[in-house]
Structures are given as C-alpha cells and as structure tokens.
Design a protein around this ligand. Structure first.
Ligand SMILES: [Fe+2]
Length: 201
C-alpha cells in the first residue's frame, strides 16, 4: 500500500519509536550503562534549559526597546547563535552516550526549569534580569553534572560541560550583567531581584 500522509498522523505513539526517551543503548565507550544513563539524563535537563534560554535570546532580540535598542538587539542575537551551538553539542553528546536527546518544543516546555517568560514585551532591564536568572540555573546544573560525570569517569561529558557549557555561560553572564551596571541588580542579589519583579508585576 502506498504511503498515506493522513494515516501517518495517527502513528504518533510509542509504537513508532525505535528507542524510548530516557533509555540508553549500548556503546563501546568503556563506560557503564548506569553512568551513561545518568549522564544522558543530566544533559537532557541542561539541553531543555539551554533551548529555552536560546529562544529567550531570540525573543529579546526581536522585542527589545529603549535607548540601548541596537546594542542589545545585536548582543542578544550573538548570544542566541552561541546558545544554538551549545544545543547541538549537548544533543550530540546525549546521542553519543547512547541516549535520546530531547528535541521538540512541547517536550522542552514540559522539562525546562527556566521560569516561564510572558508572551508580551518587557523592558530591557527585565529582559536582562530574566537572562541572568536562566544563565545562573544552567551554570549551577552544568557545574553539578560536570562534577558527577568527572567522579564517574565520564571525562568527555565533564570536559564538554566545563569547556563549552560552563565557560560560554559564564562569559555571557559577564556581558549581560554589565548591561545592568547601575540598575542595582548587577550582583543578582535576591532582595534587589525580588523588588524588581514586584516593580514589574
Ligand atoms: Fe534578526
């Protein structure tokens, strides 16, 4: 029988999958199944959060306003491109470990721990603050996952998390936080951040 596209839409369940999400297949990497499973799991969390941060950068690139419009418009797109590269590196490390990389927006939305951003526009200070919050979350996750991977003998994952994810996010935090110099929240302290959120509520 010829392929019928309308029939294919009904095959959206697990019967079409050749490997379930959350599993790892064997790879001759001299790494235990348990280590690869834990590594893929941590990397998928960081991947979902990185995809969310990547998309937040594009949203802000489009929606930014104010006297620093052009500067931030360019900076946000540069960081978007760099986060897109991290997305690919993270996803391909998960597949390398034998896992299944999270990919689609609906699955990412269910998995990401980054605080939900409203659909409408926000001012540049709020945009910068939200970016710093997301970066800090990813940095904490990456540092913890790097330690675990290193302690388990997964040097490849440890190196990727430190050399790529951690260093790139730390550098971007510098650029974003300097834009907030004088706004009273550049050090990201909770009291100032809380008052900013209240002010924008
Ligand atoms: Fe653009």
């Amino acid at each position: 029988m010829k392929n019928n596209p309308s029939q294919k839409t009904h095959l959206a369940g697990r019967e079409t999958e050749i490997q379930q999400y959350g599993t790892v297949v064997d790879r001759p990497l001299s790494l235990d199944h348990k280590v690869r499973l834990a590594g893929a799991d941590s990397l998928n969390q960081i991947l979902a959060d990185t995809m969310t941060l990547r998309d937040m950068y594009k949203k802000h690139h489009w929606q930014v306003s104010g006297p620093t419009f052009y500067q931030l418009h360019l900076l946000f797109d540069k960081h978007y491109g760099e986060q897109s590269e991290l997305v690919d590196v993270l996803a391909e490390r998960i597949q390398t470990l034998g896992g299944v990389a999270i990919a689609m927006a609906h699955d990412v939305a269910e998995t990401s721990r980054v605080a939900r951003v409203p659909r409408g526009r926000e001012d540049a200070t709020m945009q910068l603050f939200r970016l710093l919050q997301a970066h800090e979350l990813i940095i904490a996750e990456a540092r913890e996952a790097a330690h675990t991977a290193g302690a388990s003998g997964d040097d490849g994952t440890n190196d990727l998390l430190v050399s790529d994810v951690l260093r790139r996010n730390e550098l971007q935090v510098w650029f974003v936080s300097e834009q907030l110099a004088g706004a009273g929240i550049a050090d990201n302290n909770e009291e100032a951040a809380g008052s900013l959120v209240t002010a924008h509520a």
